[in-house]
Ligand binder design. Structure first.
Ligand SMILES: [Zn+2]
Length: 413
């Protein structure tokens, strides 16, 4: 027996005036999602706990069965791991942006005009030659990823994630000074290392020929690196240790890939999977079906629905739900439903009105052999609330799925 968990990022929503007080899921044409709800057992799920708006990282940790409130240790490490950087226990990782500052370090563009990968790669190559002071006993890894995005990992004997961001996250404000967030010598040391490194990076970038050329071409120079989201690798057991399963992730978003890798899952690269609304849904479905042949558990993650919600683009959100529905239709036609469980959910609610993650529960439906199917016939926020799973927490989902595929152990005699 096998299980596929499909997570549509931020797919759940609130009723919208523009849709006659329906949610995008309620308004979308989605025969396959409805088929899954009808054949399966449904419910609603609080990703972490009722009313708490989760991040995509904490929510994904939770639906993989971990107690996110206890094990979460910041976003930076997941992001770096998801970008292929080997982050070790004790390292401190940050998300970074190539940005543009003017006089007095006032931020003019947080993305340096969405700098090209080519320019960012050349700049990163020079930045990697920077030396940290010997007395700090630390080294660093710096890697640019897509456009203005990059990751920084500081490695040393006594570091801490309790340091503040240098990124003000607003244009027109000054770059912030990195400060320790507690009294520990580790936090003081980490803040000091980061502060000095950022100064050196700034000096290198100000003189860099790539930036001089950008200015000549009328483009904003990428003359500073902004850091945020200090994080460390959480101390968790892998899914294979907990459930004795082979687990893989089909997804393109670095943050989610980082969470999955940390949970010991294999990552599958899919050509055409981009983590954007233009992603190749069918390629992901095919990769999932292929992965099922040699694995017990596949997490299929789709980011696009969250992107549309953050943009407040209701029409696009509905279209994307319909594309996900076609993807699920293909999967239903091409997997052996007698030995495979399909669970469909969202990692959180993203409101198309606020453009933010919200603390409302998300729908969940599980179909497969011998599930106690209920009377729910439609897959949406309100219909699923009447289902047989009732209301569960994100961290309940994995035990439920693993029990269905016979991978849980009895508690007691
Ligand atoms: Zn999310």
């Amino acid at each position: 027996l096998k299980a596929v968990l499909i997570i549509a990022d931020g797919m759940a929503d609130r009723p919208l005036k523009e849709l006659d007080w329906k949610t995008p899921l309620e308004a979308a044409r989605k025969p396959s999602l409805n088929q899954i709800a009808k054949a399966g057992i449904c419910g609603i799920m609080d990703p972490i706990s009722p009313g708490l708006p989760p991040g995509s990282d904490t929510a994904t940790l939770a639906v993989l069965g971990y107690d996110a409130l206890k094990v979460y240790s910041g976003r930076g490490a997941f992001e770096a791991i998801g970008c292929g950087v080997n982050v070790l226990r004790g390292d401190v990782a940050f998300r970074c942006n190539f940005a543009t500052v003017g006089n007095n370090l006032v931020v003019l563009d947080r993305r340096a005009g969405r700098i090209s990968n080519e320019d960012a790669s050349k700049l990163a190559e020079s930045l990697r030659k920077t030396k940290l002071e010997k007395s700090s006993n630390a080294v660093f890894i710096f890697k640019n990823t897509i456009q203005h995005r990059a990751v920084l990992v500081i490695r040393g004997p006594e570091l801490s994630t309790d340091v503040s961001d240098s990124d003000p996250e607003k244009v027109g404000e000054k770059v912030l000074e990195t400060k320790p967030l507690d009294e520990s010598p580790e936090a003081a040391l980490t803040a000091e290392i980061l502060k000095k490194l950022m100064q050196k990076f700034h000096e290198v970038l100000m003189q860099h020929p790539v930036n001089k050329e950008r200015v000549r071409r009328g483009l904003p120079p990428a003359n500073i690196i902004l850091c945020r989201g200090a994080g460390a690798v959480p101390n968790i057991k892998s899914l294979s240790q907990i459930y004795n399963i082979r687990a893989v992730c089909v997804g393109a978003t670095p943050l989610i890939r980082g969470v999955c890798k940390t949970a010991g899952m294999k990552l599958i690269d899919v050509k055409g999977a981009t983590g954007t609304p233009q992603t190749d849904f069918m390629a992901k479905a095919k990769a999932t079906i292929q992965a099922l042949k040699t694995n017990d558990f596949v997490l299929l993650h789709v980011k696009a629905t969250d992107v549309a919600s953050h943009d407040g683009n209701i029409r696009q959100k509905i279209e994307l739900i319909e594309k996900i529905d076609s993807m699920l239709g293909y999967m239903l036609d091409n997997i052996d439903v007698d030995v495979t469980y399909l669970a469909v959910t969202a990692d959180h609610t993203t409101s198309s009105v606020t453009g933010d993650h919200e603390g409302d529960p998300v729908p969940i439906a599980i179909t497969g052999p011998y599930v106690r199917c209920d009377d729910v016939e439609k897959y949406d926020e309100r219909a699923c609330a009447k289902g047989g799973l009732n209301r569960i927490r994100g961290m309940d989902l994995m035990p439920i799925l693993m029990n269905l595929i016979g991978k849980t152990k009895k508690f007691g005699a």
